[in-house]
Write a protein that binds this ligand. Structure first.
Ligand SMILES: Nc1ncnc2c1ncn2[C@@H]1O[C@H](COP(=O)(O)OP(=O)(O)O)[C@@H](O)[C@H]1O
Ligand SMILES: [Mg+2]
Length: 376
């Protein structure tokens, strides 16, 4: 009997719909919410292998990774951390300590929990197909790396600049506005929203605390595309209001056909990242008709998109996982584990002249203008 693991909470819409599709195909999913570890999920690792609540992890023939767990501690109080910062400014060190210590303790605990959860899934990914493996999940959060990697391969990525060098970022914005009309200010780590660049935002940005990522604004439609096993599944324009970030005021979707170039772009991006399943965002320039690649989501939401578009992403993904489990789909073959990343990184550094220059500069002293990268 085939077992497909679904790593994520059972009440998550994507996990639920995927479980239903697998069950419909006669495959019983094994749902594991790693975020429950260690409070109500037991992981034992030693001797014979890994067991989750006593059940051998090796029973999974393939797995879909929705979420490793809460990367950030649910118990920590961010308002306390922010309040603490204010309190310090006011000189109330005792209050700062009282507020900060529980947060720091929760962060430490979470690091330990997260290390075990991630290692367990990486271990599984070495032996079984996992879509997508944990080490790739962070690509979405490493936006500058993602933009650099895709741009370097000739994919159309809107020009961008990032770093802590306020002057260099300001120059990029001034040149960008003269050349393209407008620039956006977006999160380098995908944790808050993309906004229009303004003089006020720039003046208020605390470069000493948080780097900025600026990018040419491409006025036009955002198109969400899904790629599975190297092939486009479907695409739809995001219908939304006046916000720059389409996710802020989305009201619906409208299925669209991709041009041959657009299809090549998204399929190539999935291939370059070596990933089986991706939700990618294209941005169509309303003026020129050109399309740019904005983002690659490794654990995209697809439940309501599938319902609205009538494109059964979950069903296709279920078929793919079953084929992986049976060893018929090659794409999700086990990949090198986390320790091999060191060699990969060394090889990348050796090939990349910019990184070599950056490392050289870091060895001497920081480059003038702060650490600012420009791409693609
Ligand atoms: N350069 C840009 N030009 C136009 N719109 C953009 C640009 N960058 C982002 N957006 C809008 O903001 C949304 C979110 O940006 P994205 O790069 O996907 O980051 P994330 O999803 O991590 O927040 C996009 O889907 C798009 O609607
Ligand atoms: Mg996005």
């Amino acid at each position: 009997m085939t077992t497909v693991g679904l790593l994520g909470p059972a009440d998550d819409a994507e996990v639920a719909v995927l479980a239903a599709r697998l069950a419909h195909r006669g495959v019983r999913p094994w749902i594991v919410d790693l975020a429950r570890f260690p409070a109500s999920l037991r992981i034992s690792w030693g001797g014979g292998g890994v067991r989750l609540d006593g059940r051998p992890l090796g029973e999974m023939d393939a797995a879909y990774l929705r979420r490793v767990g809460t990367a950030l501690p649910a118990a920590a109080r961010y308002d306390a951390a922010a309040g603490g910062a204010v309190a310090v400014a006011e000189g109330d060190a005792a209050l700062w300590r009282a507020q900060r210590e529980p947060t720091v303790a929760a962060l430490r605990d979470e690091r330990a929990r997260h290390a075990v959860r991630t290692a367990v899934v990486e271990r599984l990914a070495r032996e079984r197909p996992v879509v997508n493996p944990p080490r790739a999940q962070s690509y979405h959060r490493l936006k500058p790396w993602l933009l650099l990697a895709l741009g370097r391969q000739g994919l159309p990525v809107p020009e961008w600049c990032c770093g802590s060098g306020g002057e260099a970022c300001g120059r990029f914005a001034a040149r960008g506005r003269a050349r393209w009309g407008e620039v956006v200010d977006k999160p380098p780590a995908g944790i808050y929203k993309t906004e229009l660049w303004t003089e006020q935002r720039f003046a208020a940005h605390r470069f000493g605390r948080r780097p900025a990522l600026y990018q040419r604004l491409v006025r036009g439609d955002t198109v969400r595309c899904y790629v599975l096993g190297g092939q486009l599944l479907g695409a739809a324009r995001i219908v939304h209001g006046a916000a720059v970030d389409s996710s802020l005021d989305q009201t619906g979707i409208e299925v669209v056909e991709l041009s041959a170039d657009e299809q090549r772009t998204v399929e190539r991006a999935a291939q370059l990242l070596g990933l089986d399943f991706l939700g990618l965002d294209l941005q169509r320039d309303a003026r020129t008709g050109e399309s740019f690649l904005l983002d690659c989501n490794l654990s995209p939401m697809f439940a309501s998109w599938g319902r609205l578009s009538q494109c059964d992403v979950a069903g296709r993904l279920a078929d793919h996982l079953i084929a992986c489990a049976a060893g018929r789909a090659g794409a999700a073959a086990p990949r090198p584990g986390v320790l091999d990343l060191v060699d990969e990184a060394k090889a990348l550094f050796a090939r990349d002249a910019d990184i070599a220059a950056l490392l050289g500069a870091a060895g001497r002293r920081q480059a003038p203008g702060g650490g600012t990268w420009q791409g693609p």
